[in-house]
Design a protein around this ligand. Structure first.
Ligand code: F6P
Length: 535
């Protein structure tokens, strides 16, 4: 399927990205897209007109738009689980019908949203009280998609945070729950247990610990717990009253769930208006994805750049570099979104893939990353495509000089990665007297930058709720398009199951003292030594 692209790569592999700008003065406008207030520049990659055409043909041959329409229509495209994939419906406030098994799901989505907003407002206004009065702190207990989305969004939109303090507990490591709860007053804390399945062991253990913590100080009648889940029977068993249960259906995947009830902590922290703006931004990208031609379609182009780098050029990782401190959790959020979705080994029919699936995704906010791993990005032997994200303006007008410095750093890095610095340029430093002879002999070769390192830049005006909604939805659809091109199911995650099962067995060994069985001698030995160390 990639043959023509491989042939083309073979022909151009020694060409410098820089030279493309010399050959075509119009390159920037041809290899960039404006989607209203988002600007995506992919001109600093080795993609030329022929490569783009071949990539678009590939997307067409993989019937991307037909697959997209099937998703929006509510067809069961998550084939291994027989489920529809309808996170897009959660952010469609127009309420136009969307059918799953002949039932319009929109009325119940809108009803639940209304219930969430009313409840959040009661907490925010102080009308809903705990045993000690108005709620001062809200704790979301969840993991994976039931944690990463809301915690990333709450941090990203901190300038809009005018509700109670918000905390997130995810890790089963007791240090996490201890460090959060030990600073809180149980009489004014509200706990949300967020778990689609309500069986995830880390979340259930943390929920039990939080329950005992609160029960020690708070009367049974005032225990402040809500549940967000698609397993209402299980939330009943936990003892959470139905009016504090916010349900959703199995057609919302965990890593795509922040737009619905899993976003409850977001509404409590930021208010209903900010949440609706977040949804409207995402919906705007849904509409763009549904209506724009391939060449102008931002998620499609972003996906094609990803395919070019990962499957064609064989760059096995990509780094996400938000030059936006408040997006410090975005790389972790994208890791789940991209790696849980597209880290698969077989196609839709179960046949092994004959090419690599999704790339390793990693990153850190700029400028911090520059002083940590950028050395390898610039001079290491591996090529790692960089995906920069940056706002043109910050929320802190009085610190605008900081923001100018941030922008300068971001743009300087993509320029430096592409441009590099040749031995000849270093030599000219010697002849111009900028460098002494002995310094030159010692350092010259170490100071060479090969350059020709690809990057893309997503530029947006300011990190508002609407812009954040757009960025997240853009990447969701990018993952969808990449998954479709690879022919895999981006919406299941069977690869997490084996470890979960073995951990459950091993917990019996550690907690109940059962004998371990069927384990490799290395694991047996680790158990033995850990037990001995614990005595
Ligand atoms: O283990 C993976 C996973 O199933 C994710 O897909 C999901 O987001 C996370 O666990 C949490 O699941 P739940 O919301 O059911 O607790």
């Amino acid at each position: 399927m990639f043959d023509q692209l491989f042939q083309h790569l073979n022909q151009i592999k020694d060409r410098k990205i820089n030279s493309l700008f010399d050959q075509d003065k119009d390159r920037v406008s041809k290899f960039s897209i404006f989607q209203e207030d988002l600007y995506f520049d992919f001109s600093k990659t080795n993609i030329d007109e022929k490569a783009l055409k071949l990539l678009i043909n590939l997307a067409k041959s993989r019937r991307i738009f037909e697959a997209r329409d099937a998703m929006f229509r509510g067809e069961p495209i998550n084939s291994s689980e027989g489920r529809a994939v309808l996170h897009t419906a959660l952010r469609d406030l127009n309420g136009s019908p969307v059918y799953v098994d002949q039932t319009d799901v929109m009325p119940s989505i809108l009803q639940t949203l209304e219930k969430m907003m009313l409840f959040a407002e009661r907490i925010r206004s102080g009308q809903f009280t705990g045993q000690g009065g108005a709620i001062t702190d809200v704790v979301n207990i969840g993991i994976g998609g039931s944690d990463l989305g809301p915690s990333m969004v709450v941090e990203a939109l901190s300038p809009y945070h005018d509700g109670p303090n918000c905390h997130f507990i995810s890790n089963v490591d007791g240090a996490h729950i201890h460090d959060v709860l030990s600073k809180l007053n149980p009489e004014t804390t509200f706990i949300i247990i967020a778990s689609k399945t309500f069986t995830t062991s880390e979340t259930m253990r943390n929920a039990q610990t939080a329950y005992s913590w609160m029960s020690k100080k708070v009367d049974k009648a005032h225990l402040q717990f809500a549940a967000v889940s698609s397993a209402v029977q299980k939330t009943d068993e936990f003892g959470i009253s139905r009016d504090l249960v916010f349900g959703f259906e199995d057609w919302v995947g965990g890593r795509y769930s922040l737009w619905g009830p899993i976003g409850l902590s977001i509404i409590i922290a930021l208010g209903a208006n900010a949440f609706k703006l977040l949804l409207s931004g995402a919906h705007e990208i849904d509409t763009h994805f549904k209506t724009a031609d391939m060449q102008e379609n931002l998620p499609v182009i972003l996906a094609l750049v990803g395919i070019w780098h990962n499957q064609i050029c064989d760059y096995s990782t990509r780094t996400v570099l938000p030059y936006d401190q408040r997006l410090s959790k975005l790389p972790a959020y994208f890791q789940q979104l991209e790696m849980e979705s597209n880290g698969k080994g077989v196609d839709l029919d179960g046949s092994p893939l004959s090419f690599h699936s999704g790339p390793v995704v990693w990153g850190e906010p700029g400028t911090n990353g520059q002083h940590a791993f950028f050395q390898l990005l610039h001079q290491g032997t591996r090529i790692i495509p960089c995906e920069f994200l940056v706002a043109s303006e910050s929320h802190e007008a009085y610190l605008d000089h900081h923001h100018k410095s941030l922008l300068s750093n971001c743009f300087a890095q993509s320029e430096a990665l592409m441009r590099g610095r040749s031995f000849k340029e270093i030599s000219s430093m010697l002849s111009s007297g900028q460098m002494k002879q002995d310094e030159f002999e010692k350092q010259a070769k170490h100071r060479v930058f090969p350059g020709n390192r690809p990057s893309t830049t997503l530029l947006y005006p300011k990190l508002t709720p609407k812009i954040l909604g757009k960025i997240i939805a853009l990447y969701e659809h990018r993952v969808f398009v990449e998954g479709k091109i690879l022919g895999i199911n981006s919406f299941d995650q069977w690869g997490v199951e084996l470890g979960k099962e073995l951990a459950t067995d091993l917990e019996k060994v550690f907690i109940d003292g059962s004998e371990s069985k069927d384990l490799n001698s290395s694991t047996e030995n680790l158990i033995k030594i850990a037990k001995a160390m614990r005595q």
